[in-house]
Design a protein around this ligand. Structure first.
Ligand SMILES: Nc1ncnc2c1ncn2[C@@H]1O[C@H](COP(=O)(O)OP(=O)(O)OP(=O)(O)O)[C@@H](O)[C@H]1O
Ligand SMILES: [Mg+2]
Length: 344
């Protein structure tokens, strides 16, 4: 599977206005499969699930039926995503789902967040980038209420987190999944139990239902067959995929991913980006991805926020960040040693 922008992308026949077509209709509109193949796949899903067919998994069924390869499917989904990404603008149709207003956080006498104002658009992919130690992970922890601001307000929808009781905060947190920096799988549990963990902790579901959901998630991240393996038997990329499955298993409305590709080789990094794109195109969850994969990450998100020394330097469509004239942003994107940021 090649990197985005390489020559073997499918022809650009579909238009971004196609959204919100169903996933299957998008694949047909893109010329990835024929309407007949889609019908057969949906029929097969209905037969296999007793009528409750899962449209978001239709791509998997098309692959199983041999109508399209896994790699071509991911390329098709990426192509559709790229059309949407390029058409994305911040206007009144974009609803913010998380807002931070003048948030200040002081840690060890340092103003780690210095009056941060930001909005995360609903049902889009937002990347947060910036120098190490710039406050990205701390920002993410504020969004989910794991850290409380010293000043300012964090809003999730219409709810100000600081005004909620602990019970209400738990309910709001139920809308989120957070993939921590480093993945943080439990070493003593195999892949199945790691992914099942949030369901066993947070829901009263029966084991049979838990098994169904875990296996479905492992299928979504292509880890079927690995469920009995322990973390130390997995490669770095498999660990990230298992952690992603654990984040997805609760069907979160908002998915926060803290450096999902850190420490991976470029091929696995590319594969994880495709997987995140695939997940977004199937589920339309709001996603926030902290990443050091600059400039690659700009291909994979609608919106970019640049955090620097506790302040938001840029917030806008990903295609605009690359043309920013801010000297700090330019230096960061190019990785230059010369510029306003002195590292040596
Ligand atoms: N719990 C804490 N107690 C004290 N200081 C903290 C705590 N958490 C973070 N910090 C400090 O806050 C600053 C920002 O940390 P943060 O983890 O948000 O950086 P980051 O932008 O995510 O960096 P990286 O890209 O390296 O992950 C750092 O100086 C860090 O040492
Ligand atoms: Mg961090």
């Amino acid at each position: 599977m090649s990197r985005p922008g390489s020559s073997d992308e499918p022809s650009r026949s579909a238009r971004a206005e196609g959204f919100p077509l169903s996933l299957g209709d998008q694949l047909v509109a893109n010329g990835c499969v024929t309407p007949r193949q889609l019908d057969l796949a949906l029929q097969r899903q209905r037969a296999g699930t007793g009528g409750t067919h899962e449209a978001h998994l239709v791509g998997r069924t098309l692959v199983e039926m041999g109508c399209i390869t896994q790699s071509a499917l991911l390329q098709c989904l990426y192509h559709q995503f790229a059309l949407e990404r390029d058409a994305y603008t911040v206007d009144e149709t974009v609803r913010p789902v998380i807002r931070m207003e003048r948030v200040v956080k002081i840690l060890d006498n340092r103003r780690v967040l210095d009056a941060v104002d930001l909005s995360i658009p609903a049902n889009r992919v937002t990347a947060i980038i910036g120098m190490s130690g710039g406050g990205k992970s701390v920002t993410l922890k504020h969004m989910v209420g794991l850290m409380k601001p010293d000043q300012g307000t964090v809003w999730v929808g219409e709810e100000a987190l600081g005004r909620l009781s602990s019970r209400e905060l738990t309910r709001v947190r139920g809308r989120f999944s957070l993939l921590f920096q480093g993945g943080a799988l439990f070493d003593s549990m195999n892949v199945f139990d790691n992914v099942a963990f949030p369901l066993r902790e947070k829901t009263g579901l029966a084991e049979a239902e838990i098994r169904l959901r875990v296996m479905r998630c492992l299928e979504e991240v292509n880890l079927v067959g690995m469920e009995r393996k322990y973390p130390d038997e997995l490669s770095g990329g498999m660990m990230k995929r298992a952690a992603l499955a654990r984040a997805l298993v609760t069907n979160p409305e908002i998915l926060l991913l803290d450096e999902p590709t850190a420490g991976l080789d470029p091929i696995i990094e590319n594969a994880i980006h495709y997987l995140i794109c695939d997940t977004f195109m199937r589920t339309r969850y709001t996603m926030v991805v902290i990443s050091h994969a600059v400039p690659e990450i700009f291909n994979w998100c609608h919106h970019v926020i640049v955090l620097h020394r506790g302040k938001v330097l840029f917030s806008g469509p990903s295609r605009e960040v690359v043309t920013s004239r801010d000297p700090v942003i330019r230096q960061f994107i190019r990785g230059d040693l010369d510029g306003p940021i002195q590292v040596i």
